[in-house]
Design a protein around this ligand. Structure first.
Ligand SMILES: *Cc1c(COP(=O)(O)O)cnc(C)c1O
Length: 423
C-alpha cells in the first residue's frame, strides 16, 4: 500500500501529485506507482515491484536506466562544479557533434527543455520571416508555451482557440490550425493569414504515433519555399529516436530550423534548436531575437548528452537493432489482437512504436480521437499488473531501449497475449 499512501501524500503538496500532468494516470483511471529506481530496461517502485519500462522518461533513455557511460560522464563532470553560467568546452563539443550529423544545420543553441526550444524557434522564425502567422497541426504537441497550446478544433482549419485556461485568445489568434498529413488544409491557412512559420512534428508522437507521409513533408517544404515561410521540424521526440538523425535520416527533407530534446540530454534537462547560419545569427547577442537561460548549456547536461550521442554514433547497427525490438512488440500485438478479434492499428519508426484501438488506420488527430480509450485503459491496467509499464494514455508513443533483452521481450509478449484475452 505504500504506493497509494505516498501518492496521497504527494497530492497534498503538489497539484495532482505530479509535476507533469500525464504522469497522474488520469486518462487510464488508475493511480501511478511511485518509482524508486531504474536499471537497464527496468524500473522498480517503492514496494519493490519490477516493471519493464517502455516510457523511458518519455523518450530520453535510449540506453535505458543507469547506463554506465552516461553515469560516469555525469559524475566526473559534476565533481568539477555543477554550473558556471560561462562558456565551457562541453558545449562546443556537443554542438559540433550534432551539427556534423545534420549537414543542413550550421549553428545550434542549447536550452533546458523542449518547450523552450520550440518557443524560441518560433520567435526566431517570426523574427526572420517578419510575419506573425504560425501554422501548427492538430494533435501535434510542441511543449506548453502559450502560442502553441492550441488543440484540435472541430476540424475546420480556421483561427485557433486557446485550449488552456489562462492563455489569452489574443496570443493564439496568430496560431493557425491545419490537419496533419493534409496539404490542402495548409494551403487554406495561407489564404487566411500572413503565415511566416510552419511548425510540425515530422513524425508525430503526441497523438499516439502518427508518422507524416513523405508526400506531406515534401509538400510542406515546397509550400514554405513558395511563400517565404520558415519550416520548423520539431524533432524533440523523434530526433535521435526514429533514426540516428531523426526524420532527416529517413527522408532527407531539410527544415530551416530543427528542435531537439529528450535523447539529446541523455536523461538530463537539455534541449536545443538549430538552423541555417543566416537564421541562427539573428539570435542575441548577434542579432535582434532575444533568448537566454541561466542553466542553458549546463555542463552536466552537456556531458550526459555527449555520452549518449557518442554511443549512438559509435554503434552503426543501433537503430536496426532497436527497430527489431519495436517490430517484435507491434507484430505480437497485431497478431494477438487479430486472433482475438480486437480492432488494433500498430506502427513504428526505429525505437518508437505505437498502437491504437481503432478499426481504421490513423493518419491524423480526428482519426486518433476515434480510438477506444476505455479499451486502452483496461489494457494498460492489465499490462501494469503483469509488470509492463506503458505510457498511461492512448495518445502517447512507447519506446524501446538498447538494453531491452529478449527475455524481457518474451515476457512482454506473454503479457500482451494474456491482457488481450482478459479484455
Ligand atoms: C516532449 C516534447 C516537447 C516538449 O519538451 P519538454 O522538454 O517536455 O518541454 C516538444 N515537442 C515535442 C515533439 C515533444 O515530444
Amino acid at each position: 500500500m505504500r504506493n497509494k499512501d505516498e501518492f496521497q501524500k504527494a497530492q497534498k503538496y503538489i497539484p495532482g501529485g505530479v509535476n507533469s500532468p500525464v504522469r497522474a494516470f488520469g486518462s487510464v483511471g488508475s493511480t501511478p506507482v511511485m518509482i524508486d529506481r531504474g536499471e537497464r530496461e527496468f524500473i522498480y517502485d517503492i514496494e519493490n515491484n519490477e516493471y519493464i519500462d517502455y516510457v523511458l522518461s518519455w523518450g530520453p533513455l535510449i540506453f535505458g536506466h543507469c547506463d554506465k557511460d552516461i553515469e560516469d560522464a555525469v559524475i566526473s563532470t559534476a565533481k568539477k562544479g555543477l554550473s558556471f553560467g560561462a562558456p565551457c568546452l562541453l558545449e562546443t563539443e556537443l554542438a559540433q557533434l550534432v551539427l556534423s550529423k545534420f549537414p543542413h544545420l550550421d549553428k545550434i543553441r542549447f536550452v533546458s527543455s523542449g518547450t523552450e526550444a520550440t518557443m524560441s524557434a518560433i520567435r526566431l522564425a517570426r523574427g526572420y520571416s517578419k510575419k506573425d502567422g504560425v501554422i501548427k497541426f492538430e494533435g501535434c504537441y510542441h511543449g506548453h508555451s502559450d502560442g502553441l497550446l492550441v488543440k484540435a478544433g472541430s476540424g475546420a482549419t480556421t483561427f485557433g482557440y486557446s485550449s488552456s485556461l489562462g492563455v489569452p485568445n489574443d496570443i493564439v489568434k496568430n496560431t493557425h490550425l491545419a490537419k496533419y498529413n493534409d496539404l490542402n488544409s495548409v494551403k487554406e491557412c495561407f489564404k487566411n493569414g500572413d503565415i511566416g512559420v510552419i511548425i510540425v512534428e515530422p513524425i508525430a508522437g503526441n497523438m499516439g504515433l502518427v508518422p507524416g507521409s513523405d508526400e506531406f513533408l515534401h509538400g510542406l517544404r515546397k509550400i514554405c519555399d513558395e511563400n517565404g515561410a520558415v519550416l520548423i521540424f520539431d524533432e524533440v521526440m523523434s530526433g535521435f529516436r526514429a533514426s540516428a538523425t531523426g526524420s532527416y535520416g529517413l527522408n532527407k527533407i531539410e527544415a530551416d530550423i530543427v528542435t531537439f530534446g529528450k535523447v539529446i540530454g541523455g536523461g538530463m534537462p537539455c534541449a536545443a534548436y538549430a538552423g541555417k547560419k543566416d537564421i541562427m545569427e539573428l539570435i542575441s547577442p548577434l542579432g535582434g531575437v532575444y533568448q537566454a537561460g541561466t542553466l542553458s548549456g549546463n555542463p552536466v547536461a552537456m556531458a550526459a548528452g555527449l555520452a549518449a550521442l557518442n554511443k549512438i554514433y559509435n554503434m552503426p547497427n543501433l537503430y536496426d537493432e532497436l527497430g527489431k525490438k519495436s517490430k517484435f512488440i507491434i507484430d505480437t500485438m497485431q497478431d494477438s489482437a487479430n486472433e482475438m478479434g480486437i480492432p488494433l492499428q500498430t506502427t513504428m519508426r526505429g525505437s518508437m512504436w505505437g498502437f491504437f484501438f481503432n478499426e481504421n488506420p490513423v493518419t491524423n488527430y480526428t482519426q486518433a480521437l476515434q480510438s477506444d480509450t476505455n479499451l486502452f485503459a483496461k489494457f494498460h491496467a492489465q499490462m501494469l499488473k503483469r509488470g509492463v509499464y506503458l505510457a498511461p494514455s492512448q495518445f502517447e508513443t512507447c519506446f524501446v531501449c538498447k538494453p531491452l533483452s529478449q527475455t524481457s521481450l518474451d515476457k512482454t509478449a506473454q503479457a500482451i497475449k494474456e491482457s488481450f484475452k482478459s479484455l
